[in-house]
Design a protein around this ligand. Structure first.
Ligand code: SF4
Length: 360
């Protein structure tokens, strides 16, 4: 009789960048448990970012956050948990109480996660996060997630981010470029001016427009990529730049297509948001405008990523909305970013902030 396969499910994080930073953990689990059936729970709208990966046998997409009603959210979690009964192990990547509750409701005999948010009793394998003076120390999310998988004995296969494109999205991307007059053989600079986290992370749109206009005037191809719901940002930038940038976002954009577009870019200029991690996974040079957030959560995979910051005393505040004058971003001037862009586009030996890796 054939032995029953071990079934392991990961509850993935709820933000795009964090899902990308979980790919080293997915890879380690795939290599560390080659005979196991690996499942993953993910928000429906993020699932395409993992498309093309062979590390997961089944993705369980959910729409828990499509409602704000807490009872409806609970009901959706319980339905999901019921569907996922029969797992041998659940690995809980998010820190939330609700994600540990979901794992508990699955009734898996082994439930692995960090001791956060008063949820220790819901888990069987409770890992203490690194603390200093009672406070959790920020560490790179790739490492944070890898350590959970390492707890199951999976060998570390490195912290490199890894994503995949599929043939259909590459074809769609070619068609999109043709519609917008983008020549795939000429350099393309992409701007991703949005950030789901909140307005505190946004580099001023007038600065985006200024740099985009200058690069266009130098003869470069420029594209704006934005998520559905960020149309107003793109419109404001286009109103300032005038004609020239290709606007590749909006309703026609999806994560599979975004991967194909960014994989093609020669440079991405963006905020500290999901697009930067997709670009890092495809080895695309990237300039990241960083203001309110700590680099210690993301100071890995910087070989081709440069983090542009201004030394302001209030940073990192980790606030979604700036309570003062947003100086961390307004002091980050277009002239500096333009200089960095020129270097990244013309210098063959250009490197990201490798010296910052794991130092914080
Ligand atoms: S408080 Fe400081 S770090 Fe936070 S968003 Fe405002 S200017 Fe930036």
């Amino acid at each position: 009789m054939q032995a029953r396969k071990e079934k392991i499910v990961l509850i993935l994080p709820n933000h795009l960048g964090d899902v990308v930073m979980a790919t080293p953990a997915l890879r380690a689990l795939h290599h560390g448990r080659p005979m196991a059936e690996i499942h993953a729970v993910i928000r429906e709208e993020l699932a395409a970012v993992l498309g093309g990966s062979s590390w997961i046998q089944r993705l369980w997409m959910h729409s828990v956050y499509a409602t704000r009603n807490p009872l409806q959210r609970l009901a959706r979690r319980l339905v999901l948990a019921r569907a996922l009964r029969g797992m041998d192990c659940v690995i809980v990547l998010p820190n939330s109480f609700s994600s540990a509750l979901l794992a508990f409701a699955m009734r898996a005999p082994r439930r692995v996660g960090y001791k956060r948010a008063g949820r220790g009793w819901l888990l069987t394998d409770v890992l203490p996060p690194l603390r200093e003076n009672g406070r959790v120390v920020p560490i790179a999310m790739e490492r944070y997630y890898l350590d959970l998988v390492g707890h199951l004995g999976c060998p570390d296969t490195g912290t490199t981010l890894e994503l995949f494109t599929d043939a259909e999205s590459v074809r769609e991307c070619d068609a999109l470029f043709r519609r917008h007059g983008i020549d795939p053989d000429r350099p393309l600079v992409c701007f991703a001016p949005g950030a789901g986290f909140g307005p505190s992370k946004l580099w001023p749109l007038r600065y985006v427009a200024e740099v985009a206009r200058k690069l266009l005037d130098e003869g470069l191809q420029v594209a704006l990529v934005h998520a559905p719901g960020e149309e107003a940002l793109a419109e404001e930038i286009l109103a300032l730049t005038g004609p020239g940038p290709a606007c590749l976002g909006g309703e026609g954009m999806n994560l599979a297509l975004l991967k194909a577009v960014l994989a093609h870019a020669n440079l991405l200029i963006c905020n500290d948001a999901g697009a930067r991690h997709i670009a890092a996974a495809f080895r695309v040079p990237t300039l990241v405008m960083m203001g309110p957030t700590s680099i210690r959560y993301t100071n890995l995979n910087l070989r081709l990523t440069r983090l542009l910051r201004e030394p302001v005393e209030c940073s990192p505040c980790q606030l979604q909305v700036c309570p003062i004058d947003h100086r961390c971003m307004t002091r980050l001037l277009p002239s500096r970013v333009l200089g960095e862009a020129h270097a990244a586009l013309s210098d063959e030996g250009w490197q990201g902030d490798v010296q910052l890796e794991l130092r914080g």
